[in-house]
Design a binder for this molecule. Structure first.
Ligand code: MG
Length: 249
């Protein structure tokens, strides 16, 4: 069942989203050559906790950290550890914050120092695909309108779209209905209604979108070791149109 949120609930979701987005912004500032992944994770946890919130991902289905930090060919669900970021890496950081009963969920991919033109383009197209999808959010449009806009943006740039993992409703639970895929056909899927809150999160690959899970049972990587990027916001369809709830400001 897809829950519809009233104004009060959406304001609470916005508060959770602001904390998650603030932590993500901080993480981006820390993503420099030489920084360990675990130190970024620790900074994210401190930021979230200092705002009276709880990291949504910590212990979620046993996940051992506060953020998912995925480097280069890691797509999502990377586990932060003692590895150091290196010049030219790209790092995808996914943050969730739980505050006063609601979650906020957002992600971005950051370049570490100077990165290749191709890596820059992958990051830019991934973000652009989110905004193309976001632009399709309107009363009586369908989830498939968002999905196909994301897919079209990524594929027309020569990239590919992960199919095994999708966006999702966000509310009292981190993952709720509906699924929000990054591929699909216009006019298909659940109808969008005012009050719906969900995460749109393109996961885009440089080459093939074939992915596998590493033996740690979390980290999703591209099989061909091509780069991957991730961009996510929690959004709401309000009476005034779509809004991004994971806004740090
Ligand atoms: Mg998400």
């Amino acid at each position: 069942m897809i829950k519809l949120r009233n104004k009060t609930q959406i304001e609470k979701l916005r508060e959770s989203g602001r904390i998650a987005a603030g932590a993500l912004r901080l993480a981006g500032e820390l993503a420099k050559p030489g920084t360990t992944l675990i130190s970024i994770d620790t900074a994210i946890r401190h930021f979230i906790e200092s705002h009276g919130a709880v990291p949504s991902f910590l212990n979620y289905n046993g996940f051992p950290a506060s953020a998912c930090i995925s480097v280069n060919d890691e797509v999502i669900h990377g586990i932060p550890d003692g590895r150091r970021l290196q010049e030219g890496d790209i790092v995808s950081i996914d943050v969730g914050a739980y505050y006063k009963g609601f979650h906020g969920d957002c992600a971005n991919t950051f370049g570490v120092g100077e990165i290749s033109e191709e890596a820059k383009r992958l990051i830019e197209v991934t973000k652009a695909s989110f905004f193309k999808g976001f632009g399709m959010i309107a009363e009586n449009n369908r989830i498939g309108d968002i999905a196909s806009a994301v897919q079209e943006t990524a594929e027309s740039a020569g990239f590919s779209v992960v199919r095994e993992y999708v966006g999702h409703g966000v509310g009292e639970n981190l993952h709720e209905s509906p699924d929000v895929p990054n591929y699909g056909r216009p006019g298909r899927g659940p109808r969008l209604m005012t009050g719906m809150v969900f995460a749109v999160e393109p996961m885009i690959c440089q080459h093939s979108a074939e992915v596998k899970v590493l033996s740690n049972e979390w980290t999703v990587v591209t099989v061909d070791k091509g780069l991957a990027a991730h961009y996510e916001n929690t959004v709401a369809l309000t009476e005034n149109g779509p809004v991004i709830l994971t806004d740090a400001d």
